[in-house]
Design a protein around this ligand. Structure first.
Ligand code: TYD
Length: 219
């Protein structure tokens, strides 16, 4: 497998999806073969699981069900889509992955961290990204962005996870920061309360080193 697997992480409203798209466009325009995908989702089966996970109707979902469904969606996604793309030496940019389960299910819900990691390991077969861009913003900023998006009528309504309270989302952010702290080699922690283009340039510059460690080629 010689493709490049990169993930984007961060709280809801941190701007990770926008940054992922900006990097993908930059790479496309330079002729790179890029696969853009997301979790939960990325394949028809995983998208069905996503609908169950995020539907605000499923308020009675218990925590164990939640962690297992995220893992089920991930297993299908990794084996049906990500690994085959990497085998074709493609660049895979994935919106969320295992770090999200650690932040949302272990730190957010309070499920045992080692159990969440073991379930994710089983689902993913141990596949890890070579680089993760983790976007961080204060909880008040990310929550306000989400509320603006949904109340303005321009964006989607809040999903089941986004509807959880501020304390939950503060724990999630803490989780992301802890994950970044213990994976300094893989994770680039990015202050995301800044102009979009500035963040995009920082990410592109790092990505460039990842694909051309020894050259001056610009992406
Ligand atoms: P996301 O696709 O980022 O939502 P949006 O479409 O609004 O940008 O992710 C959906 C939600 O799922 C998000 O609130 C984070 C949550 N999530 C987990 O709780 N655990 C996980 O393992 C993953 C991948 C996502």
């Amino acid at each position: 497998m010689e493709g490049i697997f990169v993930t984007f992480e961060g709280p809801d409203g941190s701007g990770k999806t926008t940054q992922l798209k900006m990097l993908a466009e930059r790479l496309h325009s330079k002729g790179y073969d890029v696969v853009v995908t997301r979790e939960p989702g990325g394949t028809p089966i995983s998208d069905e699981v996503r609908r169950i996970l995020l539907s605000p109707d499923n308020e009675e979902m218990i925590d164990q069900t939640e962690v297992l469904l995220y893992a089920a969606a991930r297993a299908q996604h990794v084996h049906e889509k990500i690994i085959p793309a990497l085998e074709q030496k493609r660049i895979v940019l994935c919106d969320r992955y295992i770090d999200a389960s650690v932040a949302y299910q272990a730190y957010g819900l309070g499920l045992d961290l080692q159990t969440v990691l073991a379930i994710s390991q089983f689902a993913s077969g141990g596949l890890q990204p070579v680089r993760t861009y983790m976007l961080d913003v204060p909880v008040e900023v990310s929550r306000q962005r989400l509320l603006d998006r949904s109340s303005g009528g321009s964006g989607p309504m809040l999903d089941r996870i986004e509807l959880k309270g501020n304390e939950y989302h503060a724990r999630v952010r803490k989780g992301f920061l802890a994950v970044a702290e213990s994976n300094r080699e893989r994770i680039r922690l990015i202050q995301a309360d800044r102009p979009l283009q500035e963040i995009a340039d920082e990410i592109a510059e790092d990505f460039e080193k990842l694909i051309h460690p020894d050259s001056k080629v610009r992406v």
